[in-house]
Design a binder for this molecule. Structure first.
Ligand code: XMP
Length: 542
């Protein structure tokens, strides 16, 4: 997005949740590669995802990556993302102009188009009016490979202030909109394209097709980057790195650590030891599933640390949410350490770090600078324990991790499980955490999830759960008055978990949840539904 526009375009479809290896040392050796130069766009990750949907390896790099480094990385194509700056703003990010002389195809999107057009002699006009929203694109050059298969008119998503107006002789317009004479342009002699609109968001009707056309038709990428091949590459990489050393993998019950463990089991079999700390704060059935999957199905050397009473004792009498988190973090490291020292000769610790974290932490020297975002899960485990880290998922987005999980034979319900916070049910049990409250909360939560599954809504709702409120109220049961607890149902729709909308669950589903919770969960006489969005609320209650 360029000059001034702040909200992420709706429909951006991002699904990331949850730090470094240089691109040349990743699991994509020998693959066609496309680089996305991130000029501060909220959709740079989405562009990369759309490219990867074409089975082409794609990486996000900093906006000023030097042309020499680009040459070393040997990409087939470069995409310059949008960004919040105006090209006229002081300190507006600029690419190394020599990247346009490498002979590598370039696609500039919005701000990315403006910087490339300006670098090549076009006039960029500061936007007096911003354009934000859907508009109609009219194709003027249907035979150009970038526009292959597009209808003569289609809807695109605009979000910009500045726009390219004075096209230099070097550029030809390919498509227009009512307000934008250069909505899509191409350099006459070089494989350099610009789009004023955003092809990466789902609101652009044929955006996926446009990006596919660029990546395959213009750049000539072969589309060979597949999860199956990736698994083989990662397995080979892990074997080479660890040799005959022992690797410890911490299991949380969630998808990322499960996929890491399943991958490592394939790679190194009985050199893998898994540690599962049962903190007593998990959802119903989760601890059992870890035992079944990684003890019975994948026969890993599974160490279950039953720390339920350790955590409860440490949490006794504590109501402050930050304090609860601190205690849980401390107790986890303590329990994990105790278990880890019982595993002799372990040298590596495997972690389920994902690509969005690598990018956002600024840990990759070629990647963009760190964004200001606090990560819930960046803990001090590795430093504390002195292990070398291996992070086999560090090049993957969440949906790619899920696909890998399925390929590795993990059950669907585990692979598609809603995200769950590290401190577990403690953040959903407001006030002091007690064994009794956890029983109540776990039972209510299981009903919420069960009803969503029965209604076929579980996957569409990106996160749902029950919260046990520290509120008692009066009710009637039979002839008697009751004074009991309140369960709040929370369900959100979100792409990136940074913003979220409350999910409009059908009344019948809410009704069934309430009836079942009140009838079968002892100590609860009232169920309420949370209709707040994030921001200003958060997803969890704490
Ligand atoms: P909030 O509540 O900040 O949560 O809107 C955003 C997303 O992050 C999850 N979350 C956590 N995940 N450890 C985690 O692993 C945590 O301490 C933590 N706190 C929140 C939350 O469930 C939601 O998906």
């Amino acid at each position: 997005m360029s000059s001034s526009v702040s909200p992420a375009p709706p429909g951006s479809g991002l699904d990331p949740l949850a730090p470094a290896l240089s691109p040349s040392g990743d699991g994509a050796a020998g693959e066609d590669r496309v680089l996305v130069f991130d000029f501060g766009s909220q959709t740079a990750q989405l562009i990369a995802r759309r490219v990867r949907e074409q089975n082409v390896f794609c990486e996000i790099v900093r906006p000023d990556l030097p042309a020499d480094r680009v040459r070393e990385l040997n990409p087939r194509g470069l995409i310059l993302s949008g960004g919040p700056a105006s090209v006229y703003a002081e300190g507006a990010p600029q690419p190394d102009p020599e990247i346009f002389d490498l002979g590598v195809p370039v696609l500039g999107i919005c701000y990315g188009m403006q910087v490339l057009a300006r670098a090549m002699g076009c006039e960029v006009k500061p936007g007096a009016d911003r354009e934000f929203g859907r508009t109609t694109l009219r194709v003027a050059a249907p035979s150009d490979p970038l526009l292959d298969g597009l209808p003569s008119e289609s809807t695109v998503w605009m979000s910009h202030g500045d726009q390219v107006e004075g096209l230099s002789e070097a550029f030809a317009p390919l498509a227009t909109t009512g307000t934008c004479p250069a909505a899509a342009v191409k350099h006459r002699d070089r494989p350099v394209y610009g789009l004023q609109f955003h092809p990466e968001v789902t609101h652009t009707e044929h955006g996926g097709r446009l990006l596919a056309n660029f990546v395959t038709g213009v750049c000539g990428c072969r589309g060979t980057w597949e999860i199956g091949r990736l698994i083989d590459q990662e397995i080979a990489g892990v074997r080479e790195t660890v040799g005959d050393a022992r690797v410890i993998c911490g299991l949380s019950g969630g998808v990322d650590s499960s996929v890491v463990a399943a991958l490592l089991y394939q790679a190194i079999g009985d050199q893998l030891s898994c540690i599962f700390v049962d903190n007593g704060l998990l959802r119903e059935g989760e601890a059992e599933q870890v035992r079944t999957e990684f003890g019975d199905h994948f026969k890993t050397d599974l160490h279950v640390c039953d720390a339920r009473s350790q955590f409860l004792n440490a949490l006794a009498g504590v109501s402050d949410p930050q304090q609860k988190r601190k205690i849980i973090g401390r107790e986890f490291i303590d329990a994990f350490k105790r278990e880890a020292v019982s595993i002799p000769n372990a040298r590596f610790l495997a972690q389920g770090t994902l690509y969005p974290d690598v990018i956002e932490s600024g840990a990759n020297p070629d990647g963009p600078a760190a964004t200001i975002k606090s990560h819930h899960n960046v803990g001090g485990l590795p430093e504390e324990l002195g292990f070398e880290l291996i992070e086999p998922l560090r090049n993957l987005f969440k949906d790619e991790v899920r696909a890998m999980g399925v390929e590795l034979g993990l059950p669907e319900d585990l692979v598609w499980r809603h995200p769950f916070p590290g401190p577990g049910l403690a953040v959903r049990c407001l006030g002091e955490v007690t064994a009794e409250k956890l029983v109540t909360l776990r039972a209510a939560d299981a009903i919420v999830i069960d009803e969503l599954r029965k209604a076929g809504l579980y996957r569409d709702v990106r996160q749902a759960f029950a919260v046990l409120l520290p509120v008692q109220s009066v009710g009637v049961m039979g002839d008697g008055r009751t004074y009991e607890d309140t369960i709040c149902v929370r369900a959100v729709k979100t792409d990136d978990y940074m913003t979220a909308d409350w999910y409009p669950l059908p009344h019948e589903v809410l009704g069934r949840i309430a009836t079942r919770v009140i009838n079968s969960v002892r100590g609860v006489n009232r169920v309420v539904y949370d209709v707040s969005s994030k921001p200003p609320a958060t997803i969890e209650w704490e």
